[in-house]
Design a protein. Structure first.
Length: 593
């Protein structure tokens, strides 16, 4: 070995890991750079991790002179070039006979970060193996180590799913009583008194916060001055998005026979929910569990989601002190709903929202209740300082956003379907332009904010009894006018009811429910029979509807239901006495595996 070669080895021994480390530091500094699209954020993090693994292997090799010399000598061996020549020749032959490269380049461009990370990880592994004294033995130990880590991760995931994470929406009546009904200021029976006005309030964290000053509690107190026997049942809880609010009402709300359903929809969060996943949580961090085999892929592990969210919130607390916590944590997620091109780039968001709202409105109408959608504005729609702060600290391009677009789309939807809708944005902008309506963390209303919401809902309900609606409830676009809904008078119970419901499987064997939930597989069929009592009329007909599954006959008292997709489904059975118009309804909860 010549003297020049020795000097080259001595310099490259330390220069190589140093350069790789500097590249990793540069990648870490570009995670939130203005030129990097936000959708590449996680992929840049993956690239950073792979580069640092490579740097770690390089430093491990550099710390031992013999180890680095061994790596250098093995890289000089010509037999290492043979696999590369073979791969290159095979690609050339394939491209000669097919359109391989023409199809491959678009794939590489779409998955550039992923392929780059995979390539760098392979380089790190080769660096580690080629510098080892016995590469084959080292490879076996590495494989064993990774296998043990994989088994431990799977074991931890099982413990996390079974014993730690819990469903956001209660799954049984007992869970509902413990997590929802126990929060009410007084016990409320399921059976509604004949002379009572019963209202159900749906919503997420904003609808639950505030304690005694919560806007639903304030509204109940205000309405009791007009109708003393007013009962407002607050079904709100943290983590409920649009899909989960619909699930909550269809599981437990219908049995309380409400006269009015007030559905609070928070613009910044609620529209992002995916109805095809089960929403769980642990220590207040939401988790999404898929309903198919992909739920058991490592990328979809609940433990992985929880750790990433926990680390994200931890790093956020150490970020710039001048930015509020909610803006530091996932800074643009809430504003993305206001992007001008969102209805074109992600039409499924509004399509899914429309389907869920349609189902809620239909179910409430089947139960002779009035459905009212209440649109709650996000803090950035009310206080201009937040938009200014985002523009200065996060390079927000205001030309790409329309901060009143979500309200306009929802108002148009409600107007087309005759759904009553109260938009709180005008009232909030009038009174909260300078702040004061939201708590300092931006995650709930202040006492003043709760009071304003209660007043606006009461005015909206009262305005329906007058010829002209108050100016505060008129939406910002004059061509879209929400349909007012009068406060209904309590309706007496029908003169008959469903005595029992018999459910049998495809073989005719009775099927038992566990916690009032029937469990079947996709493609299986149930036969559902309804028996009626306390009715002298012979003109009894049935009205059937299902959220997902297929109903064979929508008018008979015996019907066949076929499960079409996995998840939670609801079969609504409405039995009508055609001679009197009396109707009695009963929901059936089904879990499709």
């Amino acid at each position: 070995m010549t003297e020049e070669t020795r000097r080259f080895i001595a310099i490259s021994r330390w220069l190589t890991p140093l350069c790789i480390t500097l590249i990793g530091v540069a990648i870490f500094g570009q995670r939130n750079a203005p030129g990097v699209p936000q959708l590449y954020g996680q992929q840049v993090n993956l690239l950073f991790v792979c580069v640092m693994l490579w740097a770690g292997a390089a430093w491990w090799c550099a710390c031992n002179a013999r180890r680095f010399l061994r790596l250098y000598e093995r890289l000089q061996q010509q037999r290492l070039l043979l696999p590369g020549v073979l791969i290159f020749s095979a690609l050339a032959l394939l491209d000669f006979s097919t359109l391989l490269l023409q199809d491959l380049f678009p794939l590489i461009s779409r998955h550039f970060f992923l392929l780059s990370s995979l390539s760098i990880f392979i380089l790190a592994l080769l660096t580690f193996l080629l510098s080892a004294r016995h590469p084959a033995t080292t490879l076996r130990y590495a494989a064993l180590t990774f296998s043990v880590i994989g088994v431990l991760l799977l074991f931890c995931e099982l413990i996390f799913r079974i014993g730690m994470a819990e469903h956001v929406v209660p799954q049984t009546s007992r869970e509902f009583a413990e997590r929802i009904a126990s929060q009410w200021p007084r016990p409320i029976a399921i059976a509604k008194p004949s002379d009572a006005l019963r209202i159900i309030g749906l919503g997420g964290a904003f609808g639950k916060s505030g304690g005694e000053g919560n806007y639903y509690r304030l509204l109940e107190t205000d309405l009791q001055r007009q109708i003393p026997k007013t009962e407002l049942l607050n079904f709100s809880m943290e983590g409920l998005l649009l899909a989960q609010s619909a699930d909550m009402f269809m599981r437990f709300g219908t049995q309380y026979q409400p006269d009015i359903v007030l559905h609070s929809l928070f613009i910044g969060r609620d529209l992002w929910g995916d109805p095809s996943v089960d929403l769980l949580s642990y220590r207040g961090i939401p988790l999404e569990k898929k309903r198919n085999a992909l739920a058991w892929t490592p990328h979809n592990f609940l433990l992985r989601q929880w750790l990433i969210a926990l680390c994200s919130s931890t790093f956020a607390h150490a970020d710039q002190a001048g930015i509020s916590y909610e803006l530091r944590w996932k800074p643009r997620e809430r504003m993305e709903i206001c992007r001008k091109d969102l209805p074109l780039t992600h039409p499924e968001i509004w399509k899914t929202a429309g389907q869920l709202l349609d189902n809620l409105a239909r179910v409430t109408q089947n139960y002779h209740a009035r459905y009212i959608l209440i649109i709650h504005p996000d803090q950035f729609q009310v206080e201009p300082r937040i938009v200014k702060e985002m523009k200065e600290t996060r390079s927000l391009a205001l030309k790409d956003f329309d901060f009143q677009q979500p309200q306009r789309l929802l108002l148009e939807y409600c107007h087309d379907r005759g759904i009553a809708c109260l938009d709180l944005l005008p009232a909030f902008q009038e009174q909260g332009n300078g702040g004061g309506l939201y708590a300092p963390d931006g995650l709930q209303y202040s006492e003043t904010g709760h009071r304003l919401v209660a007043n606006e809902i009461e005015r909206f309900l009262a305005a329906t009894q007058q010829s002209d609606a108050p100016e505060a409830i008129v939406p910002p676009t004059p061509e879209i006018v929400p349909t007012p809904t009068p406060i209904p008078t309590p309706t007496p119970a029908p003169a008959f009811k469903i005595r029992d419901i018999t459910v049998t499987d495809e073989t005719g064997a009775p099927l038992s429910a566990v916690d009032d939930i029937y469990t079947i597989n996709v493609g299986e069929t149930l036969t559902i029979s309804v028996n009626v009592e306390n009715s002298a009329s012979q003109n009894i007909i049935g009205h059937w509807s299902a959220l997902h599954g297929d109903i064979q006959d929508t008018s008979a008292l015996t019907n066949r239901y076929t499960a079409s997709k996995s998840g939670v489904d609801f079969v609504i059975i409405a039995v009508e006495d055609a001679s009197t118009g009396d109707t009695y309804e009963e929901p059936i909860n089904i879990t499709v595996q």
